[in-house]
Design a protein around this ligand. Structure first.
Ligand code: ADP
Ligand code: MG
Length: 639
């Protein structure tokens, strides 16, 4: 054996930190190490299958992929071996010594010191391999890359503290052996029944066999004339599969238990919570595929960032092709996790090819329909449990779903029906558009809504004052996406949607002749004040006009019908987007004492500006020049 002397390498700083955390805070659920290492071994076999499509020689003469777990009581080791893709020396250094994933920092910031919940985070951020150190004082990895010309292989050794050693060794078989040198408090993992239980619990669905050495019962030698005393299990040279080793989704629905579906989901998504719901179907038609789609019960922290990736894995005829196949589900359903196994796509399909494939388009449409149908079913269900599930779903993913209003014109109406709102008369986010319509007043011919930065701001928006006085319900919208999404919603079931902060209030038949007349009179009476205001505020407003929509507030800001609203402008500004210069309309309340005061005020300019800035503040904005605003207020206070 031509062994080169070992070279020392330091772990990347983040890895060292992580290792410390793994070994110190994650031991409350130690058995997960086995799941993580088996999952890596299975990934390695998937990778070989994939590369093997173009490089059949990688299989050498060892075509049956498997994972083997062996226990050695004498050496106190447990070894997880696979004949998958293997690692080159450089890959071992890179993949086992650094963390490329940006999610890891996120992981560390989430660790709380609460062992249980920390343990639950471990899988989510790709720290899987390091979980071996929960039970091992030393890990040795020996690996030979598939396709290597010689038996040259790598040995990686670490005690899980600051550094690791790498040496060149020889290894006859392709693939990776992960050898865990167990700590004295983890020797229970040398018991085969225990290990079998763990494999069955976490890794049953893994689609390749996970094997252990077959054991047979050996009777103790029988002494003549005495009862046999006992015996023990001894290992044979035969290997037997511990798991059922058939890809879960290929089995019949009726043969799969709820627990198996849940365990599959947890493995797939690295989520520790059970999913809310799932759909499993074999679809036949112009293209044939199996879909197994899950709705999680909790949104990942990055769901609104660019890092959020759809969680659908693509298989072709049971061969794993790729993770995060974004073409299989629209962006607004990116929370969905699952697998699609196509019977028609070519095995060497690339991401680029996926974009153009008609089969993929059909699959995406099928997945979309299935998820929307599942949500519709939950939302309409009479079953209290389902209703609770829908509530959870909506709280976690409702605002992601709303993005679909702008992205998916085909399913626009189905999405609208899934929406739930708080309203001016009901704080609970539970009102559907149909509920609202059913409660509309006689003579009301629009669905009114208001958008604001928070639910409170929406609820107390000056624009709502008249509606409250007249007892007209208004939908309250305060999620970031609402402004944008509502740009795509013009009507529901034949009734127009109207933003109460846009355009003049038109209550249609809800406003009687007397009120209309009062407005005309006030407009006439305030003409000089309005003109004066217009010129005093001409840098800030587009127009000043008298309104009857206000009851308690002196003024409010509204937007012209076609313009972007102030909230949307603020959002775009915060996001660093270029924003058009749009001035709002100032509407004044002729009944308000401050407004009445304007006519005779000696400090007209101060009062006018303060009224404007207050209207801005009331809807969650900030005066352009806060210092000037304070100066004007103080000057008025002193008078
Ligand atoms: P993840 O599996 O999420 O990538 P892990 O920490 O579990 O993160 O594994 C880190 C990396 O180490 C893997 O991405 C892979 O490149 C490599 N690796 C781990 N186990 C094996 C194995 N059995 N065979 C080949 N490569 C492996
Ligand atoms: Mg892993």
């Amino acid at each position: 054996m031509s062994e080169q002397s070992a070279q020392k390498h330091s772990f990347q700083a983040e890895v060292a930190q992580l290792l410390h955390l793994v070994t110190h805070s994650l031991y409350s659920n130690p058995e997960i190490f086995l799941r993580e290492l088996i999952s890596n071994a299975s990934d390695a076999c998937d990778k070989l299958r994939f590369e093997g499509i173009n490089h059949p020689e990688y299989y050498e003469n060892d075509p049956d992929l498997h994972v083997r777990v062996s226990l050695n009581k004498d050496n106190k080791t447990i070894t997880i071996s696979d004949n998958g893709i293997g690692l080159t020396q450089q890959e071992a250094i890179d993949n086992l010594g650094t963390i490329a994933k940006s999610g890891t920092k996120d992981f560390m910031s989430k660790l709380s010191g609460d062992q249980k919940s920390d343990a639950q985070l471990i899988g989510q951020f790709g720290v899987g391999f390091y979980s071996g150190f929960i039970v091992a004082e030393k890990i040795t990895v020996e690996s030979r890359r598939a396709g290597a010309a010689t038996n040259e292989a790598v040995r990686w050794v670490s005690g899980g503290t600051g550094d690791f050693e790498v040496a060149q060794i020889e290894k006859e078989s392709r693939g990776t052996d992960i050898i865990l040198h167990l700590r004295d408090d983890a020797l229970e993992y040398l018991e085969s029944y225990k290990v079998k239980n763990i494999i069955n619990k976490y890794s049953d669905h893994i689609s390749l066999p996970i094997e252990m050495q077959k054991e047979v019962w050996q009777q103790e030698e029988v002494v003549e004339g005495e009862e046999p005393q006992g015996g023990q299990y001894v290992k044979t040279d035969e290997w037997e599969a511990i798991n059922s080793a058939s890809a879960l989704w290929t089995r019949n629905k009726s043969e799969i238990t709820e627990e198996q579906y849940t365990e599959f989901y947890k493995n797939l998504s690295h989520d520790f919570e059970a999913p809310l719901a799932w759909a499993h179907n074999r679809v036949e038609g112009s293209t044939e595929y199996t879909q197994l789609l899950y709705i999680p019960s909790k949104a990942p922290g990055n769901i609104f960032t660019r890092e959020a990736k759809p969680g659908i894995k693509l298989y072709v005829k049971r061969v794993f092709i790729m993770d995060e196949a974004e073409n299989l589900i629209p962006n607004y359903l990116r929370f969905v996790q699952g697998i699609v196994d196509s019977a028609d796509l070519p095995l060497n399909v690339s991401r680029e090819l996926l974009q153009e494939s008609r089969d993929v388009k059909t699959i995406r449409e099928g997945n979309t329909r299935r998820i929307l149908t599942m949500l519709d079913g939950l939302s309409k269900s009479e079953d209290e449990k389902d209703q609770e599930k829908y509530k959870t779903f909506y709280a976690e993913f409702g605002s992601v779903l709303k993005e679909g209003l702008g992205q998916d014109l085909v399913n626009h109406d189905r999405i609208l029906k899934l929406l739930r709102f708080a309203t001016s008369t009901n704080d609970d986010v539970s009102t559907t558009l149909a509920d609202y319509k059913a409660r509309m007043k006689e003579g009301q011919n629009a669905i009114y809504y208001v958008t604001a930065d928070s639910l409170n701001a929406a609820k107390n928006s000056p624009q709502l004052e008249l509606f409250k006085k007249k007892g007209i319900e208004v939908l309250l919208m305060s999620e970031r996406v609402d402004e944008w999404a509502m740009e795509f919603v013009h009507e529901f079931d034949g009734t127009p949607m109207q933003n109460v902060a846009k355009g003049a209030v038109d209550l249609g038949d809800l406003q009687d002749a007397e009120e209309k007349k009062a407005l005309e009179e006030a407009t006439e009476q305030f003409k000089p004040v309005v003109e004066k205001l217009s010129s005093a505020l001409n840098k800030k407003t587009k127009e000043v006009r008298v309104t009857t929509r206000l009851v308690d507030s002196p003024a409010c800001l509204v937007t012209s019908d076609g313009d972007l609203s102030p909230q949307l402008l603020r959002m775009l500004k915060q996001a660093g987007q270029p924003v058009p210069e749009i001035k709002p309309i100032l509407e004044i309340n002729p009944e308000h004492p401050l407004v009445k005061k304007l006519e005779s005020s000696e400090q007209f300019d101060d009062l006018a500006n303060v009224i404007f800035d207050q209207a801005l503040i009331a809807e969650g904005g900030l005066p352009d020049d806060p210092a000037e605003y304070i100066k004007r207020i103080n000057s008025l206070l002193l008078k």
